[in-house]
Design a protein around this ligand. Structure first.
Ligand code: AMP
Length: 630
């Protein structure tokens, strides 16, 4: 099996520039060779990966006792005996591990921590087990990104990346394991904190600003550092598009304060109180009084239009590195506006369960992004997805929760997927997930050597998403029901029809909008406060990732209910039918994103109400005591 390129320390200060360049060139070559090798024989590698996972874990309870695998390591026996599962199927095992059972339940290596997925189960984040060595696998995937990028954009080693990276709050399971998002785990690891100097991971943000638990201070200091080093910045980014836009909007609000600090060459002690951040900004970024820079930033930020603000403030930027595939595509117009159309680059596809793959053609259009799954990361299988075109009315694909015998047999291997076909991704990981449905739908867009490349189509069942939140139809339905039962029923009112929309354009941050057509039998007029209470009850009923976005990350704005006039949903049906929907099969879409439909709905709005306050949210799972915050 091809070895992943080892991370090499390059360009230390004693190297001359030629020496450093040679090292980078060699390192890039090795990474590209690795990609070439693993994509040339994906099937052999997948056989090897599965054999390795199963032989290491032959004795774990899940394989030995629950599914009687009996030490078999071949694909055929594995597929025959081990079922395709969803999170709920291993919830009992996960709970036991979380409660402190250290016996080999899912994995022979000790579970080092849980990664809290933005996918939810029963309203709480899913807990993905991980083991220490997975960090190496994630680092391997990261180490491929810049060698790929440097084939298309030269000289990136000559400057810095301005990336807005953040940690989130974490908790501990009752058994004492950390439970935190995968990126928080990565940024806090020595892989990230003690990375050797590498021009490709040379960021404008010192580690201390990224690791600051206070999101305001973290954002403020990262922007300040980015502004102070503005001419060195060659690329900008964040993980998801929503995070990058949040940074720009933070700048829009706080530039006068930032300029004051740049002019004074000091950090306002009432703004930045974290001593590690203060020290890092003063000693690593060498914040000094710079009235000229402060004046320049003031002039640019003070202009009426913020079009092209990125290229104005960071003139050497060559691209914006953010994920704009999947639900994040809603942010493309805003990014184009702020960046004056710089390339939007999606480099990788990953999750808490496993890191999957890289985009080998990073300068392609967002709509053409295809990720090549790296066959060494996990054992991949693909469940065929058949769906009808939806006329732009709904963007959700729903799929059965559990698979029957026949469907279990339909899964195909990485080397057997067909061009143009759509599949749901299923993974078997080194950390103890076996034939686990990730929940993503992918379409085969092409091949690199013999390895398929996939467009990300969508996350199944998700109807609404602003940031990391993923709200599905069932959850939305039950949240609406809760609100109606709690507040409208007393007025003899109900919701005859509803739909929803993730509004990321009219207000900052984006927010959920529900369109309600009411059925009112009572005679008492319903006061506005009742509808506001409905908004809040819907929010309280949504999952913890949504509520965290509202309360802690402030990445989601107050939920809005728009009451539409009687007959609006009939008009919506007429419109969908005019677009080709079948009259017999028509169902009200529970989410809309097609512009003409939103315009139609908005033209019928008679009143609109917002959630008056934030819903409740605390870090960690509801049932745990939160004995560990950042
Ligand atoms: P989490 O488990 O919270 O880390 O979320 C992982 C999920 O985020 C994936 O399963 C995808 O649904 C989504 N995701 C990750 N990377 C991408 C990408 N490059 N494009 C679209 N969606 C992505």
């Amino acid at each position: 099996m091809p070895e992943a390129p080892k991370t090499v320390a390059v360009a230390s200060s004693s190297h001359n520039s030629n020496g450093s360049l040679t090292t980078i060139v060699e390192k890039n070559k090795r990474a590209l060779q690795f990609i070439d090798d693993v994509t040339s024989s994906p099937d052999d590698i997948q056989t090897h990966v599965l054999r390795e996972i199963l032989s290491r874990n032959f004795d774990v309870e899940y394989l030995k006792l629950r599914h009687r695998l009996n030490g078999a390591t071949d694909r055929r026996t594995f597929k025959k005996l081990v079922p395709v599962i969803a999170y709920e199927d291993i919830h009992p095992e996960i709970t036991r591990i979380a409660n402190g059972d250290t016996s080999p339940i899912l994995c022979s290596s000790p579970i080092s921590e849980f990664l809290t997925s933005s996918g939810t189960s029963a309203g709480e984040r899913k807990l993905m087990p991980t083991i220490a060595e997975e960090m190496d696998r994630r680092s391997t995937l990261y180490s491929l990104l810049m060698p790929v990028m440097s084939q298309f954009v030269p000289d990136l080693e000559k400057g810095k990346g301005m990336y807005f990276l953040f940690i989130k709050s974490e908790s501990k399971t009752p058994g004492g394991l950390p439970a935190r998002p995968v990126l928080t785990s990565y940024y806090k690891s020595s892989h990230f904190k003690n990375r050797p100097f590498d021009p490709y991971t040379n960021y404008t943000s010192p580690n201390e600003t990224i690791l600051c638990p206070d999101s305001y201070q973290s954002m403020y200091s990262q922007l300040l550092c980015g502004l102070c080093q503005r001419t060195q910045v060659l690329r900008v980014g964040a993980v998801f598009a929503s995070g990058f836009i949040r940074a720009i909007q933070f700048l829009q609000k706080h530039w006068p304060l930032l300029c004051r600090d740049i002019r004074a060459g000091s950090l306002d002690p009432s703004v930045i109180t974290d001593p590690a951040v203060r020290e890092a900004v003063l000693t690593k970024v060498l914040l000094r009084p710079d009235p000229e820079l402060a004046g320049f930033v003031e002039t640019e930020c003070g202009k009426d239009s913020w079009q092209g603000i990125i290229t104005r403030l960071w003139p050497n930027t060559k691209y914006v590195d953010v994920i704009v595939t999947g639900t994040m595509s809603q942010y493309i117009p805003t990014l184009d506006f702020y960046s004056n159309g710089l390339p939007l680059v999606c480099t990788m596809y990953a999750s808490s369960e496993c890191y999957f793959g890289v985009n080998l053609n990073p300068l392609c259009k967002p709509s053409e992004v295809a990720y090549t799954l790296i066959p060494t990361m996990a054992y991949f299988e693909f469940l065929p997805v058949h769906r009808n075109s939806n006329n732009g009315v709904s963007n959700s694909i729903s799929m059965p929760k559990s698979l029957n015998e026949k469907e279990q047999q339909e899964l195909v291997d990485l080397a057997d997927v067909k061009l143009g076909h759509e599949y749901e991704l299923v993974v078997t990981t080194y950390a103890g997930l076996y034939r686990y449905r990730v929940g993503d739908v992918l379409r085969v867009a092409g091949f690199k050597n013999k390895a398929p490349q996939f467009n990300f189509i969508c996350r199944k069942n998700v109807v609404l998403s602003i940031d990391a939140d993923k709200t599905d139809e069932v959850e939305l339905q039950s949240a609406v029901k809760n609100a109606v039962d709690a507040h409208l029923a007393a007025f003899d009112g109900s919701v005859a029809e509803y739909t929803s929309y993730a509004d990321t354009t009219t207000a900052v941050p984006g927010h959920y909008v529900l369109y309600w057509e009411l059925s009112l039998k009572g005679t008492t007029a319903i006061p506005p406060s009742v509808y506001e209470d409905c908004c809040l009850t819907v929010e309280e009923s949504l999952n913890s990732v949504y509520r965290q976005g509202r309360v802690s990350d402030k990445s989601i704005g107050p939920l809005e209910i728009k009451i539409v006039e009687q007959g609006t949903f009939d008009k919506l049906m007429d419109y969908a039918i005019s677009l080709g929907a079948s009259i017999n099969q028509y169902k009200t879409p529970r989410c809309v994103k097609y512009e003409p439909i939103i315009e139609l709905l908005n033209s019928k709005v008679v009143a609109s109400y917002f959630s008056p306050k934030c819903p409740k949210w605390v870090p960690g799972h509801k049932q745990w005591s939160n004995n560990m915050k950042n």
